[in-house]
Design a protein around this ligand. Structure first.
Ligand code: NAG
Ligand code: NAG
Ligand code: NAG
Ligand code: NAG
Ligand code: NAG
Length: 427
């Protein structure tokens, strides 16, 4: 109950995503032109994606539109593996899912256990991601556990980060059940040990990634974010982990005060007229900058840091607290929608910081990789719990429709397909 409320009571002010999804080619072209003019970063990003392919390629040159300033590292990866695994479509997969609410009841968090709460349809579990130019293999638990033998993996972020960890636990449970070896009683942060494979996986609850305090006892949901200070709850422990998956997002919609150098520098939706409204994109970028700085200040880290990019929500016909819901029952085709508005801004803010951290990491021998899920998840309005995250008789004035998290089994199982594929390339 408590956890659910904490997870969900973010003050999302996002306006409705345009429900008209038929985009005329001319509009798209104009849009792309504008985007590329103002956001060269977007143009840049596909070339740095870690990508995979079964095809070996010897003489592939970057496409003509490739900007000349693509860094050598990115180019090398691109030439070696000529496939962007993040560009593709969702295609039907009758064989899915690979676990059920019955085989993995112990790991699935109740509010994402959509079948338990009576979701009538099951098609949302029966899709897989098909990259345009190669295959993305379905998660192979034995292969994963062999790859990570003797290693450890940490998820840092909010409840969507935990959502992915639970998917991973479920996918791996075909081969081995882990032991809960958590040192803290905090239900929000758990550590699991796969003793047969000497693999540890943990999640660190840190929805803002940086140091936070509650701003005012009178307004308990108004947080103070110390945008340049580490959140010790994870930064003090992260050196124990080989691989780290960082993500954040939906909490940044809430009202907050922003501090830098211990001074109040601005805020988001606060009522104090004397304080500058800096907006969520500002704090979002800064929070990632600080989180990446914590990683880059580690000594002797041999693992990989993944940025799992923002996963859009899909409220339609109202905001999250104004009757918005997600009732679609199948994925979009990639030509039926496009990243825009808040989703696009958040995505670009985090990828911008990722780029900086990646080149800093390169100097220090640290690997940063994009787990570039934003566009992919934009296409999955059908994958959220909506009303099936709790019993129907639960008080509807306090239980909103959940179009933020993802049903398990469900589309975010694919994030672990990507994770395995990327680890497979690197290790
Ligand atoms: C999207 O592409 C499919 C083919 O993959 C095509 O049948 C459909 O008409 C396209 N839709 C739009 C809105 O362009
Ligand atoms: C799993 O879902 C089914 C409905 O598909 C439900 O009857 C069953 O109680 C659920 N089991 C658990 C353990 O949640
Ligand atoms: C498990 O992995 C850790 C870290 O690599 C290593 O120090 C330890 O010796 C391993 N334990 C066993 C039993 O293999
Ligand atoms: C705003 O700033 C002015 C000048 O610094 C000050 O006189 C005033 O009391 C401040 N108001 C609030 C609400 O803090
Ligand atoms: C539902 O919750 C609201 C707000 O907490 C409360 O005022 C109302 O009495 C509750 N209704 C029921 C049926 O429990």
């Amino acid at each position: 109950m408590k956890v659910h409320f904490i997870d969900f009571s973010y003050g999302k002010q996002k306006t409705l995503q345009n429900t008209s999804i038929v985009v005329l080619a001319g509009v798209v072209l104009t849009f792309l032109t504008i985007v590329f003019l103002y956001y060269p970063l977007l143009l840049d990003y596909p070339f740095s994606l870690i990508s995979s392919s079964s095809q070996s390629s010897s003489s592939i040159l970057p496409p003509p539109s490739s900007p000349s300033n693509v860094r050598e590292e990115s180019r090398r990866v691109d030439v070696k593996k000529n496939c962007n695994i993040f560009a593709g479509e969702w295609i039907p997969n009758p064989e899915a899912p690979y676990y059920t609410n019955d085989t993995c009841e112990w790991a699935i968090y109740d509010h994402q256990n959509c079948m338990k709460y009576g979701r009538p349809d099951s098609d949302f579990m029966k899709w897989r991601w098909k990259p345009n130019d190669c295959e993305l293999p379905i998660f192979d638990p034995s292969k994963f556990l062999d790859l990570v033998k003797g290693k450890s993996l940490a998820f840092v972020g909010d409840s969507v980060a935990r959502n992915q960890m639970q998917s991973l636990l479920c996918l791996l449970s075909k081969v081995e059940y882990p032991v809960d070896v958590s040192k803290s009683p905090d239900e929000q942060s758990r550590t699991w040990q796969y003793t047969n494979h000497n693999f540890t996986v943990a999640n660190f609850w840190s929805p803002y990634l940086v140091k936070v305090s509650e701003a005012d006892p009178m307004f308990p949901s108004l947080f103070s974010l110390y945008l340049d200070e580490f959140d010790d709850s994870w930064t003090s422990k992260i050196h124990e982990f080989d691989h780290v998956i960082i993500s954040a997002g939906h909490w940044f919609f809430r009202p907050a005060k922003y501090f830098e150098d211990n001074q109040l520098v601005g805020c988001h939706y606060c009522t104090d007229k004397n304080v500058t409204e800096l907006g969520m994109y500002y704090s979002y970028g800064k929070a990632f900058r600080t989180a990446f700085r914590a990683i880059n200040s580690l000594k002797n880290s041999k693992g990989i840091t993944f940025l799992r990019t923002f996963a859009p929500s899909h409220f339609e016909n109202g905001e999250w607290n104004k009757g918005g819901d997600c009732v679609r029952r199948k994925p979009f085709k990639s030509n039926e929608t496009r990243l825009s508005g808040t989703d696009l801004e958040l995505y670009m803010a985090q990828v911008r910081e990722f780029k900086v951290a990646e080149s800093e990491g390169l100097k220090r021998g640290l690997k940063f990789r994009l787990l570039d899920t934003t566009n992919i998840m934009l296409l999955r309005p059908d994958g959220h719990p909506s009303q099936y995250g709790h019993l129907p008789e639960a008080n509807t004035t306090t239980w909103h429709r959940d179009c933020v998290h993802w049903c398990l089994p469900g589309p975010i199982d694919t994030w672990n397909d990507f994770l395995l594929e990327m680890l497979n390339i690197e290790l």
